[in-house]
Write a protein that binds this ligand. Sequence first.
Ligand SMILES: *Cc1c(COP(=O)(O)O)cnc(C)c1O
Length: 391
Amino acid sequence: MNTFEKDQEYIAHTYARFPLQIVSGKGSVLTDSEGREYIDLGTGIAVNTFGTADEGWIAAVTAQMNLFSHSSNLFYSAPCADLAEELCNRTGMKRVFFSNSGAEANECAIKVARGWGASVYGPDRYTIVTLENSFHGRTLTTLSATGQDVFHKDFTPLTPGFVHTPANDIEALRKVVAQVKPIAVMFEAVQGEGGVLPLTREFAAEMAKLSEEYGFLLLADEVQIGNGRSGSLFGYMNLGITPDVVTTAKGLGGGLPIGATLLGERVQDVFTPGSNGSTFGGNPAVCAGALHLLKRIDDALLAEVREKSEYIFDALTDAEGIRSVSGMGLMIGVETEGDAGEILAKCRERGVIALKAKSKVRLLPPLNIPFPLLKQAITVLKEVCAECAKG
Ligand SMILES: *Cc1c(COP(=O)(O)O)cnc(C)c1O
């Protein structure tokens, strides 16, 4: 059996994979099993922050692996402490809980909110408001937080305590908050899986205002938009608000699994010894790589991200076959006239990999993609969108 056949036979059928197998890559270029090369505008879903097989990241990870790659949280280890310090220094958050994925980071945030809610208001107040179209993960509780019914069906009963309200609808938010008196509102600065839809500054300001008025926490899910992708270190920083809890994962690991839940002042002491834990969380090798990446996400890189973003928006807005362009930084959704799946297939034929978000084409290039490669890939995408529109 070849890999395609083995995958079909032995792997649970949860994924609709692209019909190609990656065997290697370097920076912003991926190579498949037929030896074909692709410009990578997907980064393994916003994970490979500096592309594939980045030398600095590999060096940081392997240096730590040569010392020790795992010791468990029964022991102190420098990479984990250093990464937490860097995250806190760069965000103003006070403490970090490390886990292994976005869903786990969000589970932790939900536990924090519940723990905080119980201590401030007692056990009867526990509702968390999340936004329609959001995506917060696949565990049963983060699934319950996710405001998309398609993910819920077949898996009921869900975890109680979640109410969904439309994003960017200030009136609806006011209403639901007054009605349910939540302990927290959870949001993505840019809804990724939901179709690359940014929150408006006005909506964010209203969330912040209401959180003070009613006394609830703001939980920012930065799993996809975080770690430089927005053009700021975290997406919420573009919205002029300060959350109480920030979760991140994907791009922080740069290609290895990590989740991080950053705790602000109000919730820094919710957890006490034994109240949460993870065997792999804060894994030294992953943390060493993550710290290396974070240090490279500096002002110069963020300016570069914004510049590339502007280039993409300018190139695609009002282009033939393109209805709209949305997003922030290097997380961009393209609403096309032609079918997005067909457009992605044609792009692959011409050596460009991009992703989908709902019915849109989603672009998540490496933050350091060289301009010539980016231009080459965007030119292909533009041509394909025009072609498929006629089609
Ligand atoms: C991907 C994603 C998650 C889930 O992360 P996993 O690592 O797949 O568990 C949660 N929230 C957002 C916004 C995401 O994009």
